[in-house]
Ligand binder design. Structure first.
Ligand code: GLA
Length: 346
């Protein structure tokens, strides 16, 4: 395990970067700020490594410019809560709003913008924790969160999440890596497979407003499809989101056992990533808001589709939808979630 000073926050607190290495070509770098993964190096068939995630070169950039949430841990509630409002056990709550009237990714000071504590680290594992106080971004209850990043000998990068609260609260944790398995250029020519026959349609502000079946639509990724192949079709859902930015529902979900969710493959390098998760859904986001105004870690500008996100999670706006799987964590319960990213070459 390798630890170094990565930078200093505007308030003077130091931020360290940790390097994990599985000894088989898979390496990961992560910092305490936002739990951000700054680099994930994955070998191709010839053993040639490439950094497969988008990111910045400096801490200052992550602090000042990370509106895309590059590489970050996201919480207390990933994705959107309509108008920042919900009612829990009869109590109304109004959250910090940061996406028009909506609350996005936990609010303006969500977990992606906090300094996490490193509880333990070794060559293949990093354990992070964060205490989110009662009233944090107006969420109820004190929440203790633990996250573990691990690299396995089987070329997998695993994220385990755990949390406990002292009062009932909604919770939806995810990770916001943007993947580009070639390491540069566009990810729109990657092939994507999603084990999902249904997705949530969205209305204004990308708030879910229904469930649709994928057959016959550009949302059908049940077999491998080039991401860019149908992204410019005049489909109302694609037009409103400027591409894919939708929650897909797993056909087979199991909260106890990571289930197949997605496969992303770069035909040029052969790098292939299988995503398995205990979550019931995945937000597939094709990097639509990247407009060329941000300079990445390799000095390049990031444009639409240069990286794609597969954010495993519960459904957006669940606190306002009793018919969705519940996101409420109650005192005495333990929130647990696991997502596995398994790399191979094809
Ligand atoms: C998520 C959302 C997108 C966007 C990005 C961050 O993926 O669904 O709409 O907000 O985060 O830019």
């Amino acid at each position: 395990m390798n630890r170094r000073l990565y930078g200093t926050l505007p308030d003077g607190r130091p931020v360290h970067e940790y390097t994990l290495d599985n000894g088989r070509g898979l390496t990961l770098r992560a910092i305490e700020y936002g739990g951000i993964i700054t680099e994930l190096n994955v070998p191709d068939a010839k053993g040639q490594g490439a950094n497969v995630i988008l990111g910045f070169a400096t801490l200052d950039d992550y602090v000042a410019r990370n509106d895309p949430y590059f590489g970050a841990l996201v919480g207390r509630y990933a994705n959107r809560i309509a108008n920042g409002r919900f009612t829990l056990d009869g109590e109304p709550y109004l959250l910090a709003q940061n996406d028009g009237p909506n609350s996005l990714h936990g609010g303006p000071r969500g977990f992606s913008r906090r300094l996490w504590t490193v509880d333990a680290a070794n060559d293949t594992e990093l354990r992070l924790s964060l205490v989110s106080e009662d009233g944090d971004e107006h969420f109820p209850g004190r929440l203790e969160v633990k996250v573990r990043y691990a690299l396995t000998a089987e070329q997998a990068f695993v994220i385990d999440y755990e949390a406990r609260a002292d009062a009932p609260t909604p919770i939806n944790l995810t990770h916001h890596n943007y993947f580009n398995l070639r390491g540069s250029g566009s990810a729109l020519d990657h092939e994507l497979t999603l084990a999902c026959s249904r997705f949530l349609t969205t209305g204004p502000g990308l708030i879910p407003n229904g469930i649709a079946a994928v057959p016959g639509t550009p949302f059908d990724f049940r077999g491998p499809q080039r991401i860019g192949a149908r992204i410019c079709e005049g489909d109302a859902q694609l037009l409103a989101a400027h591409g894919y930015d939708h929650c897909f529902i797993l056909d087979a979900a199991d909260a106890q056992r990571p289930m197949p969710c997605a496969t992303l493959r770069d035909p040029a390098s052969g790098r292939t990533m299988d995503v398995l998760t205990t979550e019931p859904a995945v937000q597939f986001y094709s990097g639509n808001f990247l407009d060329g105004s941000l300079r990445g870690s390799g000095g390049q500008a990031y444009r639409q589709g240069d990286g794609v996100c597969l954010e495993t999670q519960h459904y957006p706006d669940s606190p306002n939808h009793p018919e969705y799987p519940s996101t409420v964590l109650r005192p005495g319960e333990t929130y647990k979630s696991t997502t596995v990213h398994r790399f191979r070459t094809t």
